[in-house]
Design a protein around this ligand. Sequence first.
Ligand code: IPE
Ligand code: IPE
Ligand code: MG
Length: 630
Amino acid sequence: MILVFSTSPGPRRSAVPRAGRRTTRSLWEAVGDDPALRAAYRLCRARTKRQDPAEYALIQLVPAVMRPACWALWAAANAIDDLADDHSVDAERRAERVGAWIAALDHDVATGSSTDPVRRALVDTAWRWRLDISGLHGAMAVVRRDSHGQRFADWNSWRAWGRGTLLPWFDQVRDLFDKAGAGMALRLDRQEVYTTFLDGVRLTDILTDLSADLAQGDLLLPGQALDRFPGCEDDLSHRRWSPATAALVTDLTRLARAWVTQPALAHGMHPGPAVVLDTMAGLLRAQLDAVDAAGPALLRTPPRPSVAATARLVVPARARSALAWSLTPVTVPRPREARAPAVPAQSPPARRPVFDRPPPHPSGEQPPRIPADRMPTHVAVIMDGNGRWARHRGLPRHEGHRAGRAAAREMVYGALEIGLRHLTLYTLSTENWKRDGEEIGAILDILREELEDYPFQDLDVRVRWHGRPERLPQDVVDSMRLRERTTRDRTGLTLTTCINYGGRDEITRAAAALARRVRDGELDPDAIREEDLARHLPQPDMPDVDLLWRTGTEQRVSNFLPWHTSYAELYFTPDHWPETDRRHLWQAIDEYTRRQRRHGASADSPVPGTPGTAPPSGTAEDVGTSDVPG
Ligand code: IPE
Ligand code: IPE
Ligand code: MG
């Protein structure tokens, strides 16, 4: 199995021009003088160059100071892949070795160094660039499971696997670009384009290394794809090139080509990473051409594009990237701190960071104790009445929005205290652009300040943004993306802010995504179910809203989360948003516990596990405020 292009070992000719002197000098300036560390990075570079010349060529397109980090990430990803692929030992032993590598990395991260050169380079990269590599655990755990072999029934399970192994590594690279000051920020409406691109990367890999995978008894293609060409699975397992296998390969290369061809992917990005992504797409298509042209040889050796084909892409890309990077100087990482973080070498590494408690409410009031089976999972709030609050005080409207900021913070504190898992706040709707430009400008300024001050830094809050990037200033989009990335491993409260959000727009986009799947032959329109549409929403993992609360008297939903609120309990209060605090949220939740939710069932047989269906209050087990199950 492979990460980006091929990792199959073996010498290959590189189409990449050698790095010049100047490049080499600035490269090592970034790493420092430690000879062992330099040797570790050199080893990562040599492995990248030998095992994956295309990846090496791509890394040459980034400024020299960033390359050691890229080699380290690549080499680490492939080190564990190689352990999982090493069939000289049995599956049990392979899984053990991968597990030991991961455990050793945990230890090395805690101590700040390693006896293994690849881990040493990776740990140094994480420290130097302030990367949070704990996000790689998920991907590495999948590789460990893969040691026992893999089979996929359908494209959905294949996609989940592929994304699970690739996305976290790509996210590290994106973080690296961010830290270097060359944002690879993806606009929200490009998320799907991005993940589809990664599916294309994965499929190209699998087609390229079909021979190697088959040799060790692996066939990493979904049954759903194989079933369309009867007999091909059997032919492949016997390494027989037949009309069925030929048709399968033609079909899959077509699909992979469509997936990696995403012209919108790099729009709005810094030109440096944009050149890297464009070139990557070109190299992937060249690789797919080689797969197409290989014929029966595909089942014997991994096909390679010609040196000339690669050079045609890489040489002009180097000129373009030199120009692109000359426009924005890259931020060089600060020197490493001399001291390791305060984790003793012998102690097991602390996996879960310790978060602060939210500041208490000035009244000292504590949240009510809510029985676990009556606690809502997801509360969504329409924060209305800022303008009226200001008008009643003779103030301009924007003062109302400014005052509303404190109320929003209060709700987050209150949600953490009562143990709510999901809180979604409606901050700016797609319809709000009808307002005066000055008011919108003020709202965006307040948002900027909030993202800058960021009061939830030390709390267990994962931040997500829901909405469209169009019309929003790029710096606001970038800051929101950054907050999303830096908090993505937090598991306490998920706080989703809906900014430039429209409910109908969300459903329209999901419908468009489904239409694309149908067009690509992956989905039968007659078999589309509600779950299929839900999966194509921009935030497919957002749970249904249990309680929709609107302040400010009005009793309407104003295009807010129509898909998720279809069975929500509605709760309207007269207070203007700036007048509310966490105690109002607790009251809302308390009110929710008294509702009887039926979801279409009769009052005599309500749906189990929802408020109104639990035993009378007092008999259900009370839960503490921080351990409410999701
Ligand atoms: C809600 O308050 C905040 C936003 C829509 C941005 P309003 O600004 O709608 O306040 P009212 O409804 O005019 O009082
Ligand atoms: C809904 O409030 C949008 C937000 C709270 C962000 P509005 O004040 O814009 O809603 P309408 O226009 O009164 O329906
Ligand atoms: Mg309003």
